[in-house]
Design a protein around this ligand. Sequence first.
Ligand SMILES: Nc1ncnc2c1ncn2[C@@H]1O[C@H](COP(=O)(O)OP(=O)(O)OP(=O)(O)O)[C@@H](O)[C@H]1O
Length: 466
Amino acid sequence: MDRERFEEHLAAPTGRGALRSGGHDGHAGGALCGDLIRVSVRVEGDRVVAAGFDADGCGALTAAGSAAVMLVEGEHIFTAARVGTTAIAEELGGLSPGKLHAADLAADALHRALGAAAREAAVPVDEGRVLVAMSGGVDSAVAAHLLRENAVAVTLELWRDEENDAGASCCSADAVRLARMVAHQMGLPHFTLDLRPEFRAGVVDPFLAGYAAGETPNPCVSCNGHVRLDEMLALADRLGAPFLATGHYARVTEDGLLRAAADPAKDQSYMLAALSPASIARMRFPLAELTKPEVRVIATEAALPVASRADSQDLCFLAGTGKARFLARHAGLEDKPGEIVTTTGEIVGDHHGAHNFTVGQRKGLGVQAPEPLYVIRTEGRRVVVGSKDELATQRVRVRGARLHRPGSEVDAVRLRYHSRAVPCRVVGEGRSLELELGEPFHGAAPGQTACLLRGDVVVGVGTITA
Ligand SMILES: Nc1ncnc2c1ncn2[C@@H]1O[C@H](COP(=O)(O)OP(=O)(O)OP(=O)(O)O)[C@@H](O)[C@H]1O
């Protein structure tokens, strides 16, 4: 550690107290660690024209704030977005592990400020530039690696749960830091976009309302369709990038529709079904033709620090909480005990809350029966169960439908993310459709997405209704 640079920043901090208003602020730290820092930047066009900071904590935090300001002021916004913990620590002549926390906080605050400022930036268009959505996971890291020649990275902060920081999930502050580190290792500028209000309003609230109404909502489809991709495309415009890439496994046809990925085991076209053709035209999916093992090999060969990171398993905002607790805490959906009854009305058990059940569910009913029982529907507090045959349906109603091709072209539908396509015919037109299935489907749950297909091409989308 070279004390000299550190002492210089400490003795005469660059930009301390500057830009208390008129810029975009980013804050980091808090009561838990006792350190608090604010970094502000003002961006005009594609340049950081002014920067400042305030710090309340140890000396290292002041030095780190000063270093951050010095490294970004007057620079191109992409140069500023390449500044992270490492660059700040280097500017201070190296930091002992105990003091690295200060550089982390300064980088967090800087990137929150830069992310906000970037939403108003105006970087000239470069036809080859791609904005890459990095979650902190291996798939998007490999996507960024494949596009690294002309890429800018973005990570969305979607959810911060005060009681449970969802540290393991792609929405969390930890994941943002990890994604930033990986992007910086590749030499990419990295932006953090705070979409917490949009995510709460556009994804979490409808999710809670869906459960309260007895449905099984699909928040990922609406998140992709209306929230995160729209916001990232708007940022891409600001950063002069015609394209947006993600680590999703999906392909795009020559006529601009989504198509299943080459690896059926990883296909995520269902999750992207709500994307409009205008958005699809700007999307790039670098993993479209790859399998997961191939992606891991690329990550290992490129020594990406996330090469062995586990796949995300649950809805990002539920990480570490579990659905029942989340619904209780955020939607007031406390336990409301009720009966479990058969379709003939025979009471066969009881439960703690009907919202904990979904149509088609077999496990966790706690009912002893000679043949497997499934949830057929919920009726207020009652959960109705029956045999697999009783669960089967050949007609499904869909609301909020959007078709990108005439309904007559639809020949199959997927009614759940992990279920296979079922042959089907569309009856009717407009936003409410009826689907006639060519074979019985078990477990069409109201609230789930119906992904309308022509072969393996997504030609429409809707929501299953009761
Ligand atoms: N918080 C986020 N910020 C930016 N992009 C994100 C975020 N979460 C997801 N994405 C983008 O959406 C893609 C699919 O996300 P999904 O949650 O399905 O994760 P995944 O398939 O496990 O991918 P990864 O390994 O990249 O996390 C990611 O590869 C990434 O490009």
